[in-house]
Design a protein around this ligand. Sequence first.
Ligand SMILES: [Zn+2]
Ligand SMILES: [Zn+2]
Length: 305
Amino acid sequence: MRILEPGHVEASAGKIHFLFLPGRDIFKRRAERFRSLSGGHPLGDYFSFLALLSDVQQKALDRASAPLLPDASKQALCRETGMPLLDCRTLHRDQTWVQGLEMILMQMKGNPSLTHAANDTVTGLMRADETLLEKKADRILAGDLADISPGELPFIAAALQVYWVHMATLLGENTFGRTQQGGLCPVCGSPPGAGIIGASGERQGLRYLCCPLCSSQWHMVRLKCSSCESTGEVMFYAIEGSNGAVKAEGCGACNVYQKLFYLEKDPWMETMADDLATIALDMLMDKEGYMRGGPNLFFHPGRLH
Ligand SMILES: [Zn+2]
Ligand SMILES: [Zn+2]
């Protein structure tokens, strides 16, 4: 269903808090949301699995060893040139992420709630050599999922998320500046997986784009396409009969859409979990001829077709 969205006036950009990094409890909170969404949802079993995976991610983050971080001169250069400091396509990953993956796989292996297929995937990844894992990680980070199976995607992505959240939170918010391309994550350069419209405090009525990798949220004015930055051709869609908490913003200029989560309608929404819970909206946008912007790293797009 196509709907109208009223115009919005925002405070000048200088007064707006530009970037929020995730809290160190991000995965615990996500696990709770997946758990609460699992009852009665057609993807309920998958959400229970993802709740477990998010819990294990939290453990991996809590126990992660110190990663290699960019030095002060690289930090200053990125701020000056508007480049994302922890660019997911070019950053040289150290061993920390593979250690995180090993920890995640060890914790998941043999869990009674895992399906046989998921257990086989865990075993396969535990036996995979590091070169192959690095190659798969490169593909996922480049958005090329052709050689990645829907079963292995969430495990590798989970470890990459832990690694990026770990680095970002150790460096702190002030390390990162605005990037040249406002539609990309200023921390890691990923395209946003969703947008969130704040309901209270300094975020009230403002749109923040959400990173599917490092879970950072950064400000972008509303009614502007985050993919091509055009402002004139944005249309809004929602599932017939929904309460308006989730809408899709489709851009007529580039045909990319992005979901928006309105916290005033439901303050408990979490972008990654609620994105998967509203997959019907992705199917609608697919039918309308739009392409999705950033990914949800727990969902292989091949599952939609
Ligand atoms: Zn990011
Ligand atoms: Zn666009």
